[in-house]
Structure formats: structure tokens, C-alpha cells
Write a protein that binds this ligand. Structure first.
Ligand code: TRP
Length: 330
């Protein structure tokens, strides 16, 4: 095996099936990085509990659905390590240690957590664990001594905080952690079919598992330029969410579509038809592979158990370095 350039860790909270935002914002990027990096792909199930503790029993099924998508897009357990956070108790252990050396103001000013609190209306029902979200994430990253963390814009604050925590540990005790960097995807953030943030709870997602008919129907309901009422009216692609999808899923035709929308030659119905077809083309191979995995739950679970076991060996090594660095060896 050729020498890899470094270690990558990324992950998401298992909330169920993956949508197009996951595909272009994360998964395709992760898949392409496997060649050059030693990759760890984390199922951040403990992070789900920071807001979803009442629905803890749904987490294993949601994990299964999510990992079927991961496998279907080409994340490859032969080359990369899949791991489940709650199966590796070292995540909780390092989280505890790091929480001891993280000043409270770092946690309080974290913009991503503030945004979560605002989005979910949590202001008067914040739990202790939610405030610790970024510290647990730092533990995820530092346990595998990762160099790079491919994430979306909204996660950059967490990676920054991970760097600060790593630096502080290295300074207080002994330099054992690399300071990881965020690696942003180049694709602009994909909005939901209603133009708001794509999110399962808003019901505005197109899933990788959606069939052609469902895709057509979801695209049909997308909002276009309100000034373009009928074919012949000139449209403004720059404010049209259908067009923003064309730019991502139909790059070959996007230029032509923009021109014909502006001139009025192209109507929204036909334009949406082309988009639905382009999305279907892009996800069809994924969907087919997904069906195979979804019928073999034991196989998927085996991948997660094997990966978690391999990951735990590394995590244990790190914890022993941590104890050594701190002088807590008995
Ligand atoms: N917070 C990330 C998200 O919501 C999930 C996550 C947990 C993560 N631990 C991580 C991402 C470590 C990158 C690295 O998407």
C-alpha cells in the first residue's frame, strides 16, 4: 500500500437516510479522499443525544440507514475505517479529560452551538451535554490524531476549538496531538426544495433513496423566480433555487439553461423536468447499490463492529499517550 499523506476524520450524526446535501456537501468529497488519506468515518451517535436524548432508541436504525448510504456512495470499509462513537468508550473518556482543560468561555462563545440553540428554540431547555458538544467532537478528532477534518462551513468553529484544545493540552502536558485543520468542500451549500436550509425536520430534502417519481414530484414543487409566471416571461436564474440545483447536478447544461431562462424560451415546467432527470442520473447507481446493502443488515453491522474494533485499538494507544503525558501512570 502506498504511503498515505495523513489522517482524516469526519463524521455525522445518524439521523437516518442521507439527502442530496449530504451527498454534495460531504460524502462525495469523503469518498475521493480515501485514496490519499487514511480515513476514519464516524457515526456520531453520542452527539445525537445532545438534543435527541428522548429518541435514543431510534439511533441504531438511523445509523443503519445512514451507513447504507455511505457504502452506496463508495465509502469503502476495505480502505477506510467506519466507527460508531458509542461503541468506543475512549471517546467518552477523552471528552472528560479535555473538558477539564477547556475554559468555559470557549464553550459559551461557540457560534455553531448558539445557532443550534436558536434554530431548535432550546434557549430555556439547554442541557449540560449540549454545551459540551464541541469538546466531544474534539475528542473524536484528537483520539485518531487526525490532520484534516473535511466538513461544511457550519462545523469550522468546532474544528477551530479542537485546535485550541489540542494546543492547550500540548502546552500543559506534552506535545502529542497534531493541530487538525478543517477542509472545506468547494460545492456551495445546497438548500432544501423550499429554499430554506435542507433539513429532515423541515421536510424539504431529496433523499439518495428517492425513486424517480418522488424526485419529479419534489422538484415540481420547488419555487422558481416569482416574476416568471409563464413560459415566455424572462426569468432570473441567480435567484431561482431550481437553477442553483442545475449548477450542481447538471453542470453540462447549466449555461444553456440560464440563457434560455433569461430569454424566456425555457419555461419552468420543462426546466424542472431536466433537473429531475439530472438528479436521477446522478443518484441512480447509488440507489442501486444502496438496495443491496439495505437487504443485508448483518453485513452492514459487521462493517461497523469490525471498524470500531480497529479504531478502538488506535484510541487506546492515544489514551495511553494521554495518561503518560499527564503523568497519570499508576
Ligand atoms: N458535528 C458534526 C455534524 O453535526 C458531527 C461530528 C461529530 C463530527 N464528531 C465529528 C464531524 C468529528 C467531524 C469530526 O455534522
Amino acid at each position: 500500500m502506498a504511503e498515505k499523506k495523513g489522517v482524516i476524520l469526519s463524521g455525522t450524526r445518524p439521523t437516518g437516510k442521507c439527502h442530496l446535501g449530504h451527498l454534495v456537501g460531504a460524502l462525495e468529497n469523503w469518498a475521493s479522499l480515501q485514496e490519499t488519506y487514511q480515513c476514519y468515518f464516524l457515526v456520531a451517535d453520542l452527539h445525537v443525544l445532545t438534543t435527541g436524548f428522548e429518541k435514543s432508541a431510534e439511533i441504531p436504525d438511523n445509523t443503519f440507514e445512514m451507513v447504507c448510504d455511505w457504502l452506496a456512495v463508495g465509502l469503502d470499509p476495505e480502505r477506510s475505517t467506519f466507527l460508531v462513537q458509542s461503541l468506543i468508550s475512549e471517546h467518552a473518556e477523552l471528552n472528560l479529560i479535555l473538558s477539564m482543560i477547556t475554559p468555559m468561555p470557549w464553550v459559551e462563545r461557540n457560534p455553531t452551538i448558539k445557532q443550534m440553540i436558536a434554530d431548535m428554540n432550546l434557549a430555556d431547555k439547554i442541557h449540560f451535554g449540549l454545551m459540551g458538544y464541541p469538546i466531544l467532537q474534539a475528542a473524536d478528532i484528537l483520539l485518531y490524531r487526525a490532520d484534516l477534518v473535511p466538513v461544511g462551513e457550519d462545523q469550522v468553529a468546532h474544528v477551530e476549538m479542537t485546535r485550541e484544545i489540542a494546543r492547550r493540552f500540548n502546552f500543559l502536558y506534552k506535545s502529542i496531538f497534531p493541530e487538525p485543520r478543517a477542509k472545506l468542500t468547494t460545492t456551495p451549500r445546497l438548500l432544501g426544495t423550499d429554499g430554506k436550509k435542507m433539513s429532515k425536520s423541515l421536510g424539504n430534502c431529496i433523499y439518495l433513496s428517492d425513486d424517480d417519481q418522488t424526485i419529479k414530484e419534489k422538484v415540481r414543487q420547488m419555487i422558481t423566480d416569482p416574476q416568471k409566471v409563464r413560459r415566455g416571461d424572462p426569468g432570473r436564474p441567480e435567484i431561482c433555487s431550481v437553477y442553483s440545483y442545475h449548477e450542481i447536478f447538471n453542470t453540462g447544461q447549466a449555461g444553456e439553461i440560464a440563457a434560455e431562462c433569461r430569454s424566456g424560451a425555457l419555461g419552468c415546467v420543462a426546466c424542472k423536468g431536466m433537473l429531475a432527470a439530472a438528479i436521477s442520473r446522478r443518484i441512480q447507481p447509488v440507489r442501486e447499490r444502496r438496495i443491496r446493502y439495505s437487504k443485508d443488515r448483518n453485513k452492514v453491522m459487521e462493517i461497523l463492529f469490525d471498524g470500531s474494533k480497529a479504531a478502538q485499538a488506535v484510541a487506546r494507544e492515544t489514551m495511553s499517550m494521554v495518561r503518560q503525558a499527564m503523568g497519570m501512570k499508576y
